[in-house]
Design a binder for this molecule. Structure first.
Ligand SMILES: [Zn+2]
Length: 168
């Protein structure tokens, strides 16, 4: 779903898209997600819609969530480099030893590595991090990242995404 000024806003489901279109609150920019059959008609399912009115973009949140950490770390275990969706959050300096729950002290770790590291520091466990964890600069478009691999047609609507992901 694009804002009136073509900025991407969010990803909505088909039902919501049809409701917005039906009420005249949005227009179709691109079709291409197949067809919806009803008993009386056949509708093309929109891939990209645009709101008729400009709405205020939600404020950046900058929260520290598991998901945001995994996104920052590109869904890659920071200890062994394995790319997986089956990740855990590891506190680099363990919490019971005073490690903070901050961007600078959490990394994505696969279950194996998290288990192996246990309550130790990377030095003690001989599992050194390739780079220090950092607070990411907030990117509004980050919320679209999980979708862009399988939605090539959306990339041109999301500024900077081609460069970031090397699709260019
Ligand atoms: Zn690992």
């Amino acid at each position: 779903m694009l804002n009136q000024n073509y900025e991407p806003l969010n990803v909505c489901n088909v039902r919501r898209a049809f409701v917005l279109l039906d009420r005249g609150k949005a227009e179709i920019i691109e079709n291409g997600r197949g067809y919806l059959h009803t008993t009386t008609a056949l509708f093309e399912i929109p891939s990209v819609i645009r709101l008729i009115y400009l709405i205020r973009r939600p404020r950046p949140q900058g929260r520290l969530t598991r998901r945001d950490v995994f996104l920052r770390d590109h869904f890659m275990c920071q200890y062994c480099g394995k790319q997986t969706r089956d990740l855990t959050l590891d506190h680099v300096l363990p919490r019971h030893r005073g490690g903070a729950h901050t961007w600078e002290n959490v990394v994505a770790a696969c279950k194996g590595c998290n288990h192996r590291k246990a309550g130790r520091t990377p030095q003690e466990a001989h599992m050194l991090l390739p780079k220090d964890p950092f607070r990411p600069t907030y990117s509004f478009f980050r919320s679209f990242y999980p979708y862009i691999e399988s939605n090539e047609g959306w990339r041109k609507f999301i500024p900077g995404i081609e460069a970031e992901f090397g699709f260019a």
